[in-house]
Write a protein that binds this ligand. Structure first.
Ligand code: HEM
Ligand code: HEM
Length: 129
C-alpha cells in the first residue's frame, strides 16, 4: 500500500500546486505585470481550474493520508488545514451561508493561512521522507 500512498501523494501535490499557483500568479499579475482586461478573463478561467483541481487533489490526499505509513501530529494538522481551506472554498463559491459569505471569503483568501498551509505540509514531511 506504500506505493498507492506515494502515487496518490504525488498526484495530490501536482494538483495542489497547479490549482493554487492561482494565488501567486494573481499577485504577480497585480503587482509586477499590471492588471488589464485580458487578466480578468484569464483569471476567471483559472478560477475554474483552482476549484476543480483543488477538489480532485483533496480526493487523492484522502487516499494518500489513509495509506501513509506514518501519521504525525504535524501531518494531521496539515490535513485539517487543507480540509478547512477546501470547505471554506466550497461554502464561499456555492454561497451556502449567503449572509456570512464575506467573512468566509476573508478567511479563505487570507494570505497568512495560505503560507501556514504550505509550511505545515513541507515541515510535516521533513521527518517522514
Ligand atoms: C496536504 C497535502 C499533502 C501532500 C501534497 C503530500 C504529498 C506527499 C508526497 C509527494 C510524498 C512523497 C511520496 C514519495 O515518496 O513518492 C509524500 C510522502 C509522505 N506523506 Fe504526504 N502529502 C500531504 C499530506 C500528508 C498527510 C496529511 C499525511 C499523514 C497523515 C502524509 C504522510 C506522508 C508520509 C508518511 C510520507 C512518506 C512516504 C509514505 O510512507 O507513504 N502526507 N507526501
Ligand atoms: C487547499 C485548497 C485551497 C487553497 C489553498 C485555496 C486558496 C485560495 C487563495 C489564497 C485565494 C485568494 C486568491 C486571491 O487573492 O485572489 C483563493 C481564492 C478563491 N478560492 Fe480557493 N483555495 C482552495 C480551495 C478552493 C476550493 C475547493 C474552492 C471552491 C469550491 C475555492 C474557491 C475559491 C474562489 C471562488 C476564490 C476567489 C475569491 C474571490 O473572488 O476573490 N478554493 N483560494
Amino acid at each position: 500500500m506504500e506505493q498507492l500512498s506515494n502515487t496518490a501523494g504525488f498526484l495530490s501535490a501536482i494538483l495542489f500546486i497547479t490549482a493554487n499557483a492561482y494565488y501567486p500568479a494573481k499577485l504577480i499579475a497585480r503587482h509586477v505585470i499590471g492588471w488589464d482586461k485580458e487578466m480578468t478573463i484569464f483569471f476567471s478561467k483559472y478560477l475554474k481550474l483552482h476549484i476543480s483541481l483543488n477538489l480532485l487533489a483533496l480526493f487523492f490526499l484522502l487516499i494518500h493520508a489513509h495509506y501513509a505509513e506514518e501519521k504525525t501530529a504535524l501531518l494531521g494538522l496539515s490535513f485539517v488545514v487543507t480540509f478547512l481551506l477546501t470547505l471554506e472554498g466550497v461554502l464561499m463559491h456555492y454561497k451556502v451561508f449567503p449572509e456570512d459569505n464575506k467573512y468566509i471569503r476573508m478567511l479563505h483568501t487570507q494570505q497568512a493561512l495560505f503560507w501556514i498551509w504550505i509550511g505545515l505540509i513541507i515541515i510535516g514531511h521533513m521527518k517522514v521522507i
